[in-house]
Design a protein around this ligand. Sequence first.
Ligand code: HEC
Length: 193
Amino acid sequence: MDSFEMTKIAGAVLSALLLIVGTKTFIESTSHRKLATPGYELPAAAEPAAVAGAEGAAAEGAAAEGAAPAGGDIGPDAVALLPKASAENGKAIFAKCKSCHTADKGKPNGVGPNLFGVVNRAKAKADGFKYSEAMVAKSGEWTFENLSHFIADPKSYVAGTKMVFKGLPAAAERADLIAYLATLADTPVPLPK
Ligand code: HEC
């Protein structure tokens, strides 16, 4: 083996070493960069939610107004407020629904079904409206309680509904809105006393 060959071998070994060290450094630096942010932020983001949940549980029914529909009973809370609900105010709140729903008797369906007579009507029964399979599969009637639950959080009440509405968490607003829906009938549905 002459010295020229020795130099070639030494060179090859050196470049192999360089490649290994270089790759290792590169991997370490990139993986560190990736880990740095989420590693810290995930638990931090989860914490406020847990605190909010605990507060919500502590406040219980007392602060029904404005309470987020996180789990729990979101149907009955608005129903309890119905005796004092304002249909007048509910009519104004119905502005949130008007882009998709008609309210007058005989008006054609919009993006959503016509809501005349919806209180106590069987679900998914507006003439000529093509409901989602999820809604068709949901049995029962639109009682005050069911309406409250659905309006509070449509997707939690009917998973797979095609009603694209994020929900109305404030119980008092839902109560007023339901009081208004109750007037949309030939004979308005009486509210609980
Ligand atoms: C972006 C459009 C949109 C908005 C806004 C909207 N809805 Fe709907 N709604 C729909 C659609 C679509 C359906 C049919 C859902 C299905 O088939 O899954 C529906 C269904 C319903 C039903 C069931 C009716 C039946 O015949 O079974 C009720 C009740 C209802 N909506 C009430 C409301 C109320 C109250 C509001 C306002 C707070 C509202 N919706 C806002 C689109 C909308």
